[in-house]
Design a protein. Structure first.
Length: 278
C-alpha cells in the first residue's frame, strides 16, 4: 500500500492559508492523503467543533478598529471579539481584524449579516471565524458592526484597540477631516447619546422629564413647579449628552458645533458611531 509523501512546503502552504499550527497542518494533510482542499476542510471541521464547544463562553475581549475609504465618503467601525486579552493583543489577531475591516471598507458593506457572508480568502467571514476558533482555541465573533456613508467621514481608534469611532461630516478636505477626527475623539471620550436635541428619542426625553419631576418633588418643590424644573434639567441633559451641544474637550469655551463652524462655516457633524469592548 503506497503512502503519500507530505512535504514541508505543503505543510507551510497550509499553515500560511489557515493560520493553524505546523503539527495540526501536517496531521490534516496526512489524514487527507495529501489532498490540500480536504486538509483545509478537516481544519475547518476542527474549528467548528471547537466553536461549538465554546459557544457559551463570553467573547468580551478583542480588537476594535475603524477605517474609511480613500475618498473618505464611507467608513466602518467593527469589533472582532475573543475571550482573553492575551489573544486580543497578539499581532496575528490584530492583523486578522485589520484584514476584516479592510474587506468591509473595500466592499462598502453595510450590515453585520452581509459582512459575515463576504469572501475572505476563499472562505466566508463566518467560516473564517470558525476556522480561527479552531486555530486559536477561543471563541471568535464579530461583536459590533457599524458604518457611515456621506460627504465625508472621519475616524478615531483609541490606543489599545478597545474603542473606535466614526463621525459623518457635511464637508470634506484635509482640515475638515482633521476637525472631524477631533470630534471622533470627543465621541470616544464623552460617549454622547445622540447628535443633537432633534436626534434624542421620544422615550429618552420622556424618561428625563419624569426623572427631573420626581427629583424636584423629592426636593420639596411644589408639583406645579416640577414640570418647569424638569424642562430646565432636560436642557442641561442636551448640553451634556448630545454631541453638537457638548463642550468641546479641547476648548471648553466652545461647543462641538461651534468648533466645527469655526473650522469651516459649512462644516457640521451628520452622525456618529461608537464601538467599545465591555
Amino acid at each position: 500500500m503506497s503512502t503519500t509523501t507530505i512535504t514541508a512546503a505543503d505543510v507551510n502552504k497550509l499553515r500560511l492559508q489557515t493560520g493553524a499550527g505546523m503539527m495540526d497542518c501536517k496531521k490534516a494533510l496526512t489524514e487527507a492523503n495529501g489532498d490540500f482542499e480536504a486538509a483545509v476542510d478537516l481544519l475547518r471541521k476542527k474549528g467548528a467543533k471547537v466553536a461549538a464547544n465554546r459557544a457559551d463562553r463570553a467573547a468580551s475581549e478583542g480588537c476594535v478598529l475603524a477605517k474609511t475609504t480613500a475618498d473618505g465618503s464611507f467608513g466602518v467601525v467593527l469589533s472582532l471579539n475573543c475571550e482573553t486579552d492575551f489573544v486580543a493583543k497578539n499581532e496575528g489577531y490584530v492583523a486578522l481584524a485589520q484584514g476584516m475591516i479592510d474587506l468591509a471598507v473595500a466592499n462598502k458593506v453595510k450590515s453585520k449579516e452581509d459582512f459575515l457572508n463576504q469572501n475572505f480568502g476563499g472562505l466566508t467571514v463566518s467560516e473564517k471565524l470558525i476556522e480561527q476558533t479552531g486555530v486559536i482555541g477561543e471563541k471568535l465573533e464579530i461583536g459590533q458592526f457599524e458604518f457611515i456613508e456621506g460627504t465625508a467621514v472621519a475616524f478615531y481608534i483609541h490606543a489599545g484597540n478597545r474603542l473606535a469611532t466614526l463621525v459623518g461630516l457635511t464637508k470634506g478636505g484635509a482640515d475638515n477631516i482633521e476637525a472631524g477626527r477631533q470630534v471622533a475623539m470627543q465621541v470616544a471620550a464623552m460617549n454622547p447619546v445622540a447628535l443633537d436635541e432633534a436626534s434624542v428619542s421620544k422615550e429618552v426625553i420622556e424618561r428625563e422629564i419624569e426623572v427631573g419631576k420626581e427629583q424636584a418633588i423629592a426636593e420639596g418643590k411644589p408639583a406645579e413647579m416640577a414640570e418647569k424644573i424638569a424642562v430646565g434639567k432636560l436642557n442641561k441633559f442636551y448640553k451634556e449628552s448630545t454631541l453638537l451641544n457638548q463642550e468641546f474637550i479641547r476648548d471648553s469655551k466652545k461647543t462641538v458645533k461651534q468648533f466645527l463652524s469655526d473650522t469651516d462655516k459649512e462644516l457640521t457633524a451628520t452622525g456618529f458611531k461608537r464601538v467599545a469592548l465591555g
